[in-house]
Ligand binder design. Structure first.
Ligand SMILES: [Zn+2]
Length: 168
């Protein structure tokens, strides 16, 4: 661990960093298999939560990880969509909360973005697309060049009016 790190990582973050370092070393992410299926009896919020747990391999940590899932008031489920809200998923820790936004990308895949303050306006916006434990580890290590930012950063309606980070 670099000595410049301010806060100790919790167990999810530690697992993420370990996975990211391993992927960087081997060039291979862990094989986690297909997402859980959406069964008609599932509430969609529960399904989205199950997919996030699967993508982040949280079950493999052998410790409980609580996730709060709720409709997001600001972001749409589908780009340019009006009717359905995206899902906000928060993982609370003692010293911080990681919040993910679940929405569909332009290929209709469910994708997760980590919400973080906009560098210009400070509003919480989709900063990085995080679809694996390795992606989360790269984010925590600030290896941003391997991630490249979320495609939804520029289109987020969460930016303050006139924020230059928002594209047209
Ligand atoms: Zn902004």
């Amino acid at each position: 661990m670099p000595s410049t790190m301010k806060k100790p990582f919790n167990y999810v973050e530690n697992a993420a960093v370990t996975a990211a370092v391993k992927r960087a070393r081997t060039g291979q992410p862990a094989q986690i298999g297909p997402d859980p299926a959406l069964h008609s009896q599932d509430a969609e919020l529960h399904w989205v939560e199950a997919v996030l747990r699967h993508r982040l391999s949280l079950r493999s940590l052998n410790r409980p990880v609580s996730i709060r899932a709720k409709d997001d008031d600001i972001h749409p489920l589908v780009a340019d969509g009006q009717h359905f809200p995206a899902v906000a998923l928060s993982i609370p820790f003692a010293d911080r909360t990681l919040t993910f936004l679940a929405s569909y990308d332009d290929r209709r895949r469910l994708v997760f973005d980590l919400l973080a303050p906009c560098e210009r306006c400070g509003a919480p916006v989709p900063a990085e697309e995080i679809n694996s434990l390795e992606d989360l580890g790269d984010y925590l290590l600030q290896a941003r060049d391997t991630l490249g930012g979320s495609p939804r950063l520029r289109t987020s309606p969460a930016h303050a009016a006139g924020c230059l980070a928002r594209g047209d």
